[in-house]
Design a protein around this ligand. Structure first.
Ligand SMILES: Nc1ncnc2c1ncn2[C@@H]1O[C@H](COP(=O)(O)OP(=O)(O)O)[C@@H](O)[C@H]1O
Ligand SMILES: [Mg+2]
Length: 281
């Protein structure tokens, strides 16, 4: 967990700039969740309760992510908390979103959240890709030099690319997709495939996870070999960064193990298909 900066520790200029948008902040409480932002807090303001995220401008990678989150927000307001203000001053970029009184999604077997999350992904699949600067899905995979995979993941759909349970908040009436730090232009099934991986991470068998995911619209757009290529890639790359960077983190370790389990399942499935083809001929 990263060290967080509290509201009162921000430069006065930053707090004053925020006040111009939302009035006085009567209470602010740091939230320890999340990996990327130095500031994550709940703030009671004259404009209502807000979730405020902030990054120091010298953290260039994270600043780029928060800028993307700000730029995409009006295009995904039907799926995400609305952005109320953003300011950039005194070495900080700060953004305030509606605070959602919700809870983290549960992706474990039999969770009633799952059909609602899948429905939200269907809504995302039907959302036009805005004409703003986005990442390209093939760039995400380019460092591995797998041209075949780069071709498969390319496309013109808007995808979120990071729909872990921590980035989905549930309320009785709505499902909110948070943390649009890596919105991407790519093929429609990218989120559907990564959600399947997270379902396995959260305890589903690969077979059950695929059956659940097949209900999503985008799943039907998977072409021959796409799923095997993605699952194979997931098991290979996850083993590498899992061991290098996140050793000891329980989510990453489960996610790594799930990626391997999924690939074992698909390989066995492929062998079965090949075997029955041979015995038929
Ligand atoms: N609008 C919001 N309302 C309430 N809680 C939020 C909101 N946005 C994020 N959170 C909580 O804060 C956590 C971190 O926020 P997130 O946007 O995912 O930042 P990070 O990039 O650090 O992961 C989320 O997992 C969620 O629990
Ligand atoms: Mg997050």
């Amino acid at each position: 967990m990263m060290n967080k900066t509290h509201w009162n520790d921000l430069p006065q200029g930053v707090r004053e700039a925020a006040r111009e948008h939302v009035g006085n902040v009567t209470a602010a409480q740091t939230i320890s969740a999340g990996w990327n932002s130095a500031v994550t807090l709940a703030a009671d303001t004259e404009a209502g309760r807000l979730f405020i995220k902030g990054i120091r401008l010298d953290s260039t990678g994270q600043v780029a992510m928060l800028r993307r989150e700000i730029a995409i927000n009006p295009h995904v307001a039907h799926l995400s908390p609305e952005l109320r203000f953003h300011v950039e001053t005194d070495s900080w970029l700060i953004a305030g979103f509606d605070f959602i009184e919700g809870r983290r999604a549960d992706y474990s077997p039999c969770s009633p959240d799952i059909p609602r999350v899948l429905e939200a992904i269907d809504v995302l699949t039907a959302t036009p890709c805005p004409d703003i600067t986005l990442k390209y899905a093939d760039q995400l995979y380019s460092s591995q030099g797998d041209i075949d995979l780069m071709r498969r993941v390319s496309g013109d759909n808007l995808v979120h690319t990071d729909l872990t349970p921590a980035n989905v908040l549930m309320t009785p009436n709505r499902v909110y997709l948070l943390d649009w730090a890596r919105p991407t232009r790519g093929t429609s099934w990218l989120d559907a495939v990564s959600i399947t991986h997270f379902l396995i991470t959260c305890g589903h068998s690969p077979k059950d996870a695929e059956a659940i995911s097949s209900q999503m619209r985008a799943w039907k757009n998977l072409g021959p070999g796409d799923l095997d290529a993605m699952v194979h890639n997931g098991s290979a790359t996850r083993s590498t960064w899992g061991l290098k960077h996140f050793d000891g983190d329980p989510w990453t370790n489960s996610s790594l193990e799930a990626a391997r389990r999924w690939w074992d399942y698909r390989r066995a499935h492929q062998e079965q298909i090949n075997h029955s083809a041979k015995t038929r001929s």
